[in-house]
Ligand binder design. Structure first.
Ligand code: DX5
Ligand code: ZN
Length: 227
């Protein structure tokens, strides 16, 4: 993975057909997705359950590019090795998932993956101030994690701007997760975000047998953020 700040669209398979993940991943990549965003939920850290490392390992061969694994689980540390072995390129843990985010990030890099840190909407930008030299990605949640299809929380744009200033020249991606649409994307990209996760806005209207809408939806987001 080489670093650049060009805008990347990362469809979240939370909005895909759960009985067809392999074909869905191929379809979104064929239709222009840059990364594939994989939402892992445990029914404890967030009020919803998705899947774990075995599913990630099964999906991996169907993804040519970056597999971006977002862990909405607590605890994180006992499972890092399993997600790294499943082939995750990036593993993102939440600041709020436990008292030892610094240790979790060390463990993620130690397992050979890129390390991401996610912030819930109520968590300030400053919470990652002392983590900047050990992360490759900061994920700003623009909804409360747990479900797709929620409304974008506009107060987070200011947080993105603060984080962008804090990051300076460091090679750290700013990822936006939740409620991204062609309407909400421009503000976060202007504020400094470069990775846009989008679930419902990418998968709406399409399916593995009719994947063209995925491409139209991805292009609509891209077009909205081109200056
Ligand atoms: C929310 C997940 C998101 C979600 C985004 O808990 O982390 O990745 O799938 O879905 P949309 O784009 O529909 O808000
Ligand atoms: Zn996510």
């Amino acid at each position: 993975m080489t670093f650049d700040r060009s805008v990347k669209i990362a469809p979240s398979i939370l909005s895909a057909d759960f009985a067809n993940f392999g074909a869905e991943c191929q379809a979104i990549e064929d239709q222009g997705a840059d990364w594939v965003h994989v939402d892992v939920m445990d029914g404890h850290f967030v009020p919803n359950i998705t899947f774990g490392p075995a599913t990630c390992a099964a999906i991996r061969p169907h993804i040519k590019g970056v597999m971006d694994v977002h862990l909405m689980i607590a605890p994180v540390d006992p499972y890092i090795e399993a997600f790294a072995n499943a082939g995750a390129d990036i593993i993102t843990a939440h600041v709020e998932a436990g008292p030892h985010i610094h240790r979790s990030l060390q463990a993620i890099r130690g397992a050979g993956a890129k390390a991401g840190v996610a912030l819930n909407p109520g968590t300030p930008a400053e919470s990652v101030e002392y983590l900047l030299d050990m992360v490759d990605l900061i994920c700003v949640m623009t909804v409360n994690p747990g479900f797709g299809g929620q409304k974008f929380i506009h107060s987070q744009v200011e947080k993105v701007r603060k984080l962008r200033a804090m990051i300076g020249d460091r090679p750290i991606h700013i990822e936006i997760d939740g409620g991204v649409t062609p309407e909400t994307a421009p503000a976060v990209v202007s504020a400094g975000a470069d990775v846009l996760v989008a679930g419902s806005a990418v998968f709406k209207g399409g399916s593995v047998s009719n994947p063209a809408p995925y491409g139209e939806n991805i292009r609509a987001i891209r077009a909205a953020v081109k200056h």
